[in-house]
Structures are given as C-alpha cells and as structure tokens.
Ligand binder design. Structure first.
Ligand code: GLN
Length: 525
C-alpha cells in the first residue's frame, strides 16, 4: 500500500472502520523512512520503537472506541524546535545537540492525548532562522520534487517528510513564513494560525511575538484535523488567547465534525466559496513574480470566481517595508531569547580551558556552537536594541508593524480573505541562497505580513512551474477565523487537483543508491 495516495482524513476513516490498524500504518511509515530518508534528510531523530509502542496504544484506543480522535493512529513529524519529553530536541543547532527536554510542549501533550503517533523530529534551519533548511547543523534536507532544490524553510524537514510520504502529517513553526513557504515549495497545504490560538509553551523561542506552531499536510481538511486538536487556551502561555464564552472551541469542534462527516460521505460539497469576498493587493502583482507564479495566480482568481467568490483589487502599502520591519523585530527578539545559551545556564560548553575570564568563556561557547546565520541575527538584533539606536531601528520597525496591522485589518473589515502568492518564486537550487542571503530575506515578502499582524494565513498548492516545481498561493483571513480560512481551503481543493499530484520516487531511489555505492566504495578501499 502506498501511504502517499491517502489523505490523513481518509486514513482516519480507514482506521476507524478497521480497514487498517495503527500498527500497520506505523510499519508503512517506518519502512518508507528507512527506504528514502537517508537521501532526503527530512528527519533529525526517528523514534522507531516509540512509533511502534504509540501505535499499539492507538490500536487499543481504536478497539475500545474510547478517548479517540480523528488523529488516533496517524503518524506525525514534529519540527525539532518543539519540545518532546525524553526525545532529543536540538533546534538543528550544535548548541542543543544533546538536549533532551524534561517536559513536552503543550501541542505535543495534546497530540499524545489525541492518540497521534509521533514519528520523530524533523529538520529545520538552525533555531528556525532561514528559508531553505540549509543552515541546519546536522544536514540539509532536499525537496522531494527535485533533489537539487531546497524544500524551503525553516520547517523544511516537516514539509519534505509529508511531501515524500514518510508521514501524512507534520507540525511546523512559522515566525515569518516557515510553515507556508516550505508548503509552497513542496506542493503542500499549511496553516499559520492566528497568534495566540496555539500554545507556544515548549516551542523553543525564536521571536516570541511572531512565532506560531501550525499544521503541514497534503490538504486543508488534514490541516483542520490537526489544528482543531492543537488549538485552544493554555494557562502556561501568557500570550494564549482567552476563549471566554467557548465560542472559539465550538467553532473548531464544528469544523472537525464537518470534515469527518464529509470525508465519511466522500462529499465535501458543503464547503463553499460562494459569496466570499476576496481582496487581491495590487502591490503583489507589481512585485517581481516568476512568470509561472503570476500566471498560476491569474488562473486561481478565475477558478475562485467560477466557484462564486467575488474578487476585487485593493491597496496594500508598506509591502517593501514589511521585510526590514520583520527582520529588525525578529532579530531583536532572537537576540534576547538566545542570550540564555551561554554554556552555563543552557547549552554547549567549550572543551578549551584557556579563556581569561567569564566573558571570554561565554563567547567561546557561543562562537563554537552557533552557526553564522544565527550569529548574524543576534548581532543585528543586539544592535537594533542598543541605546542610541533603539529609536532609529527597533522603535521605527514597531511603528511600521502597527501601520501594517491596521491596514490589513481595514481590508478585512470589507473582505473575507486577502489572496496572493506565498512566495515570489518556486524553490531555489541548493546553495544559491547561502550565497545571496539578501535575496533570500526578500523572498519572505508575502509571508511576514501574517506574522506582523498576527492574522491566520493558509498556503495552498496552485500549480507547477515549467520545471515541474510546485507553486503556492496564500489566503489570509480575519483574526480567530482560522476555521473559515480552512473551510475556504477545503472548497478550493474541491475545485483543483494540485494537492493530489505526487513527486516521483526516482530521485529518492537514485540518491539512496548513490549513497550505498559510496559506502561500498569506502568499505572496499
Ligand atoms: N525566513 C524567515 C526568517 O528567517 C522566517 C523563518 C520562520 O518563519 N521561522 O526569519
């Protein structure tokens, strides 16, 4: 059985009908990981025995028909910056190479409770800083659609794991686009939830006012199944939403029930775009889009119109300014959040003993363990926060953030969604972004808006470029209307088939073959 042919929602129905067991599903997942991940590099840690024991527990839940959820028995990859008790959590950094958290993130606790099977920890850019998964201290991750291209980042491991069919579902984190951009590059669907709706407790912080955990999957319906399980108020996260009257959780409960009922009936026609008002900012078209991306967007607008949506152009100023504002704020927060890694309180400690004083000891620890991208961000952030420069840089960035937020909210009083591309171009070749970091930063231009404003945004596959690489579009919705956004995504996927396309396994197989012959060569010589 080819795991890749089934959505998670379909697998959930099959599990619940006893057509497949969680243990069988787990073996399929393990088999596929063992077959191709040595060449793909999606995982940092795979918990094989853990997968088997969790699957047995899931089978018991399914058999008892008690305490189960749609996720019971479904294998899931967790980005390696989300804490998992007893399982190494490295942030893809030498700084945390041996760190085994004593507790789990709230999202992980919730997933375990729901009976999901945690397959392992997926690769990322070091401390989630990057857009390519090339800055991981461990290894790069490749794009399942083309091994010469990056999978995007920073949640590239999660996206590659789902796109290559190692697992049907994954969690990523999104500070400036790290869920949506790799989904776009890998032909997947990903949600950056409204800030505060998913607990950040146990997410190793990059930029606390921007970070959100969210789902990565093949379809919007699958994202809905994960999101409805992980979202909700959490007293352990002071920025968590307050759902006073239970309205929000009721909406999520309804979404989950609607998705499962539709999947069971094999009829998603109840999800509709009719009458939805969608704004397309003129500035997006003005941006340097790859030609195929621009065409895919045009085509998407026609499909949405045929589905009954009403599309209008709108103004969205400060698009260019959103990039410097984002990078200043993100770096400033990163410099504060990462100051704890000094080798005394937390993290890697140098083997040298020839330092003159404590300050030199700290700097040795940090210099030896942190990669160049992370060090750049720390220096930029420290500069932006330093006295004398604070007003000129950090404060100004916060003012731009406020202006951007009020403009988005104005648009969303008139419209249900804002539509645009997820990224200006399809996945770059490996290595290119390391040589031109500025171009890489600029490629976040369409995604950082949702983080600066806190709004929810959904990346959806919408085409392929001339070399067969996936293209993604993005819908941004109103705060706390994540359910509406996911419903729109489901409706979109009733009209289109891009989410059904699968990358071929040829490259995966030849990458592994090449590796094996390399090993053989070494053994022989
Ligand atoms: N590429 C962006 C950055 O490097 C976003 C990363 C993220 O969302 N974690 O900051």
């Amino acid at each position: 059985m080819d795991l890749r042919k089934f959505s998670a929602s379909r697998l959930a129905v099959m599990l619940s009908d006893g057509k497949i067991s969680a243990s069988e599903l787990a073996e399929l997942s393990i088999e596929r990981i063992n077959k191709i991940d040595s060449g793909l590099g999606a995982f940092v840690t795979v918990d094989e025995s853990g997968i088997r024991s969790q699957a047995l527990q899931a089978d018991a839940l399914l058999a008892a028909d008690k305490n189960r959820s749609p996720l019971t028995g479904l294998p899931l990859a967790i980005k390696d910056n989300i804490s998992t008790a007893g399982i190494r959590t490295t942030c893809a950094s030498k700084m945390l190479a041996d760190y085994v958290p004593p507790y789990s993130a709230t999202v992980v606790e919730k997933l375990r409770k729901s009976g999901a099977v945690i397959a392992g920890k997926s690769n990322l850019d070091e401390f989630a800083m990057g857009s390519t998964t090339e800055t991981s201290a461990w290894h790069i991750t490749r794009n399942p659609w083309s091994y010469e291209h990056v999978p995007g980042g920073s949640s590239g491991g999660s996206a590659a794991a789902v796109a290559a069919g190692l697992v049907p579902l994954a969690l990523g984190s999104d500070t400036g686009g790290s869920i949506r951009q790799p989904c776009s590059y890998c032909g997947l669907t990903g949600l950056k939830p409204t800030y505060g709706t998913v607990s950040r407790y146990g997410l190793i912080a990059y930029a606390s006012s921007l970070d959100q955990i969210g789902p990565i999957a093949r379809t919007s319906a699958d994202c809905a199944l994960v999101y409805t399980e992980i979202a909700g108020t959490d007293g352990r996260d002071s920025t968590s939403m307050i759902d006073n009257n239970g309205n929000f959780s009721r909406k999520l409960g309804k979404l989950k029930d609607d998705v499962m009922a539709a999947e069971r009936a094999n009829d998603f026609s109840g999800f509709s775009l009719a009458g939805k008002r969608i704004a397309v900012p003129k500035a997006f078209a003005g941006y340097e889009l790859q030609q195929e991306t621009a065409e895919a967007l045009e085509q998407a607008i026609r499909v949405l119109e045929q589905a009954g949506a009403v599309i209008s152009e709108c103004e969205l100023p400060l698009l260019e300014e959103s990039i410097p504002a984002y990078y200043l704020i993100a770096s400033a927060e990163a410099s504060a959040n990462l100051s704890r890694y000094d080798g005394v309180q937390y993290g890697y400690r140098t083997a040298r003993s020839d330092y003159a004083d404590l300050a030199e000891f700290y700097s040795l620890n940090r210099a030896e363990a942190l990669g160049p991208e992370v060090r750049t961000r720390i220096m930029l952030g420290t500069f932006a926060l330093s006295s004398g420069y604070y007003d000129a840089w950090y404060l100004k960035a916060q003012k731009v953030r406020r202006l951007i937020r009020s403009r988005y909210n104005e648009i969303l009083t008139e419209y249900d969604f804002i539509l645009g591309p997820t990224a200006p171009r399809t996945a770059p070749l490996l290595g290119v972004s390391l040589d031109d970091p500025l171009a890489m930063y600029l490629s976040d231009v369409f995604t950082v808006g949702a983080n600066l404003t806190g709004l929810p945004a959904l990346a959806l596959p919408c085409g392929f470029d001339n070399s067969g690489l996936p293209i993604g579009l993005q819908l941004t919705g109103r705060a706390y209307a994540d359910d509406e956004l996911l419903r729109a995504g489901i409706a979109w996927q009733q009209q289109t088939e891009f989410h059904l396309a699968l990358p071929s396994d040829k490259e995966a197989e030849s990458a592994v073959a090449a590796q094996l012959s390399g090993v053989r060569g070494e053994v022989e010589s």
